[in-house]
Ligand binder design. Structure first.
Ligand SMILES: [Fe+2]
Ligand SMILES: [Fe+2]
Length: 205
């Protein structure tokens, strides 16, 4: 998996060895260099996603297909573009943070989506537990502690309709290429822009 083009770490003008010694000129240059780098975030995410084929074993479909199926179902149900992208990425943290994967995906999308979508992805793994925690002797109703929260029902619905149902080898699954333009549009939004502002429900957890 090549997610970093060669030469990306070229530093033409940097001279400082401690951040506190950097000049304003150097910091302005770094800011300029960050623009094309950040513009490739969607490319890096799209290149990384197929690595989920090597995530948790033992299910009828691998995590990559599971993510495609979650997004496919959300798309076909007419959910918003940021919701579909969130569905596509919701398990992207499985390889690097298997016990905290919801928070990883949620923080990746946080600057580009609504506070509600962010919250839904943070807590999706706990809500998903409704479908299997009891088989491990755990409380399947852990999600109940969030009853009354503005995002409770949307997270119940995400897990019930799209996530827990996305393990079907026979599902007509949309390819990653179908979602690429959506991922690019969401990650092209102004980071921390108006989409993240909600006076009633600030994006924090
Ligand atoms: Fe998950
Ligand atoms: Fe999932």
């Amino acid at each position: 998996m090549n997610i970093m083009p060669p030469g990306i770490n070229t530093r033409p003008n940097e001279s400082y060895r401690k951040m506190e010694d950097g000049t304003q000129e150097e910091y302005l240059l770094l800011k300029e260099l960050a623009v094309p780098f950040k513009a490739k975030t969607a490319d890096r995410i799209l290149a990384y996603l197929p690595a989920l084929q090597h995530s948790f074993p033992g299910m009828a479909v691998d995590r990559y297909v599971h993510c495609l199926q979650t997004a496919t179902q959300a798309f076909k149900a007419g959910e918003s573009e940021e919701y579909v992208v969130a569905a596509l990425l919701h398990d992207i943290g499985d390889l690097l943070a298997p016990d905290n994967h919801g928070a990883v995906a949620a923080d990746m999308i946080k600057p580009y989506v609504s506070a509600e979508t962010h919250w839904m992805i943070v807590y999706h793994n706990l809500f998903q537990g409704y479908f299997f925690f009891h088989h491990y002797g755990k409380d399947r109703n852990m999600r109940d502690r969030f009853k009354g929260h503005p995002c409770y029902q949307m997270t119940v619905d995400f897990c019930g309709k799209y996530d827990q149902t996305a393990f079907d080898p026979n599902m007509d699954t949309m390819p990653l290429s179908a979602f690429e333009p959506m991922v690019r549009r969401v990650f092209a939004r102004e980071p921390w822009g108006p989409q993240t502002k909600n006076e009633q429900f600030p994006a924090s957890y």
